[in-house]
Design a protein around this ligand. Structure first.
Ligand code: ADP
Ligand code: MG
Length: 153
């Protein structure tokens, strides 16, 4: 996909509250403004890559680009599930993501169980792919700039 890798940084905002946390997969949502900075022709679906919150450690992530029901599916939403257990929520913090590859297109599921198992498979696939040397290389390139080099807050 010619848009990838795609690098993005923005504030974590409140999502639609679709209960991702209850499914065991909280997703940190980017604001509408940040979503609008994405290439408009980027396909909806599930992607994988690297993510970090504030100046924290870099973790593996899966990211969904989907149609946002809040806007009657006329606008996209971008949500990141970081493959790490955090002690606390991080609304309002700056999330940095490096989107590296595509896993699958957006789909509908017949049951909650089917949805949860698809998400678990996506997570396993992301973990496996991100261990490839060419992906590990990308891990450090985008993250942890010295403070004085960050000019565009
Ligand atoms: P919302 O609808 O507000 O996005 P979610 O149920 O999707 O609610 O939960 C998302 C929030 O959970 C994030 O904004 C973040 O503050 C918190 N969170 C905790 N752990 C994670 C994680 N591993 N990945 C993403 N978000 C997490
Ligand atoms: Mg969410």
């Amino acid at each position: 996909m010619r848009q990838l890798p795609f690098f993005c940084r923005g504030e974590v905002v409140k999502g639609f509250g679709r209960g991702s946390k209850e499914l065991g997969v909280p997703t940190a949502n980017f604001s509408e403004q940040v979503v609008e900075s994405f290439p408009s022709d980027i396909p909806t679906g599930i992607y994988y890559g690297w993510a970090c919150v504030g100046n924290g450690d870099v973790h593996k992530m899966v990211l969904s680009i989907g149609w946002n029901p809040f806007y009657k599916n006329t606008k996209k939403s971008v949500e990141t599930h970081i493959i790490n257990t955090f002690k606390e929520d991080f609304y309002g913090e700056i999330l940095s993501v490096a989107i590296i590859g595509f896993i699958r297109s957006e789909k509908n599921f017949n049951s909650l169980e089917a949805l949860i198992s698809a998400i678990q498979e996506d997570i396993e696939e992301a973990k496996r792919l991100l261990d490839l040397p060419e992906h590990l290389k990308l891990k450090d390139n985008f993250f942890h700039l010295p403070k004085e080099k960050i000019v565009n807050h």
